[in-house]
Design a protein around this ligand. Sequence first.
Ligand code: PMP
Length: 425
Amino acid sequence: MSRSEELFERARKVVPGGVNSPVRAFGAVGGTPVFIASGKGARVRDADGRELIDFVASWGPLILGHAPAVVERAVAEALRAGTSFGAPTAAEVDLADDVRSFVPSMEMVRLVSSGTEACMSAVRLARAFTGRDRILKFAGCYHGHSDTFLVKAGSGALTLGVPSSPGVPGAVAALTLNARYNDVEDARGLFAKHRGEVAAVIVEPVAGNMGVVPPRAGFLGGLRKLCDENGTVLIFDEVITGFRVAPGGAQALYGIRPDLTILGKILGGGLPLAAFGGRGAIMERLAPSGPVYQAGTLSGNPLATAAGRAMLAALKDGAVHRRLEERSARFEEGLRRAIEAARVEACVNRVGSMLTLFFTRGPVTDLDSLSGVKTDRYARFFHALLDRGVYFPPAQYEAFFISDAHTDRDLDQALAAIREVLGSI
Ligand code: PMP
């Protein structure tokens, strides 16, 4: 029995499903989850001492790779000064200023501890600001696990939502409308049906939670217009795309200014930290300046804030993003050639350093286009790569990430493994 197997057996007795977040359990690919002991640069070491080239990157935060020296130093220094005060610190103000300089639409910023918390709070704020209850999201997008968002579309986009998890009250789910991703007209139809009732449109400006799905030309701009026409708050959930697809996130890449933005992942430098922010007139409604309640004991935690500041400082001059674009484009090209050579039905979506290889002819543009995806083939692909020391996400409908720590050698080694594997599954 491997050490990971032993640990998983123990874990299942004390932690539901043996993991603290479902996708980690390998349910989508089968087998025993790899327990990680440590990580440095582009590589992790598992509990059995095996070294793996990591493309999960903690699901997005690690744009500099594991344990980058700049973040290590900043956290060590913060640690010596105390781990939590529950009182304001200078570093929180500095981080809010940093965020504003990267993402100018975020005139004011509130720090929280997770993306879930940030999305939940932003929607409460948008509801209070507009005095409306409904929100519109897109099928296949993920905005954390608060009740409002655990809703999938019924049969067709005009159907009211039904909860996709027990425990979510039907009355809450009914307030969530689902439109087709990349389809402004579908959203427009829902607005027409619920005129004057939609508080917020929330969208991943590049979808990352049904695998990577780029926005079609005109999609984000169309949503901006729709929101302006209807007095609705436009929220970009940039938990994955923030600081990832460009230093200023997807809103900089596509030139669309949302009213509110959600950040997480990279913002915390690998520690638990997230944020929401945007137009001052909306943000000023938050307690204690306004009546909309939102709070957190560990919000703006000194270790997380220090890690985040160090991370953003490393991204400031744009050199990291230039390198990432060049390497990611080369990796994408390598994947395409490998797919062609293996004559396997697959396609690649990429925006910057976030990518997905889908086992379908494609193109993948929304949730519906995933219906023909061969997830069993992905499972074999995943395990064959793992056997060759390459750690991809243990689920087809996820993004994988290239970090600044991935060297040409790492990427070539991974591509060689992928070529070999694609030919044999
Ligand atoms: N929004 C998006 C777009 C996400 O990808 C995620 C997490 N993957 C979340 C929100 C929730 O963030 P967290 O896991 O930190 O609660």
